[in-house]
Design a protein around this ligand. Structure first.
Ligand code: ADP
Length: 161
């Protein structure tokens, strides 16, 4: 059976921290689905189209990585996509506490799916989408915190928000 992992997130925008998790996980799974969750309570900064386009650009060299979007519960999307694993990154103890409750609730709802955590590489631990967003919002240079393929694009605002 194919080992399919879902890497769900907001990716608003994708950072080098996210990219590193996916590249490190490529050897662990036959397929990784990087999917932008459409969360009704979280209004995105970048449009869904922009986030998906950037994800596609970043992972275009990896044939086993797919980019999608989903609505609703992550476990329901796992069933739909045939994913047996949920991939998440861990930076800090705060991430751990947050991920623990989500992971344990997901396990209750769908016992067949295992959540797999990769520890952030130390150099990427302080990087978050929210800080990158603030840098962009206030006209700073965020290029060193985003994947190299986006470095020229990201500072070329206005991008479609
Ligand atoms: P969410 O809104 O679901 O937290 P994010 O896009 O912020 O979505 O994050 C998606 C996943 O990537 C989460 O598991 C998060 O912990 C992980 N992640 C975010 N930033 C980093 C980073 N710098 N290094 C490693 N993992 C990260």
């Amino acid at each position: 059976m194919k080992r399919i992992a879902l890497f769900p997130g907001s990716f608003d925008p994708i950072t080098i921290g996210h990219e590193s998790i996916v590249r490190r996980a490529v050897g662990l799974f036959d397929e990784i689905i990087v999917s932008v969750g459409q969360n009704s309570t979280k209004q995105g900064f970048f449009s869904m189209e922009t986030r998906l386009e950037w994800l596609r650009i970043v992972f275009e060299d990896l044939p086993s990585v797919k980019v999608t979007t989903y609505k609703g519960l992550t476990v329901d999307y796992c069933k739909e996509a045939g994913a047996g694993f949920i991939l998440r990154g861990l930076r800090t103890a705060a991430d751990f506490e947050f991920e623990r409750s989500i992971g344990q609730m997901n396990k209750k709802m769908l016992p067949a799916v295992e959540t797999v955590f990769l520890l952030s590489s130390p150099e990427y631990t302080p990087i978050s989408s929210s800080i990158v967003r603030d840098i962009i919002r206030f006209g700073g240079d965020a290029s060193e915190f985003v994947p190299s393929k986006l470095r020229d694009l990201i500072n070329k605002q206005p991008y479609q928000l």
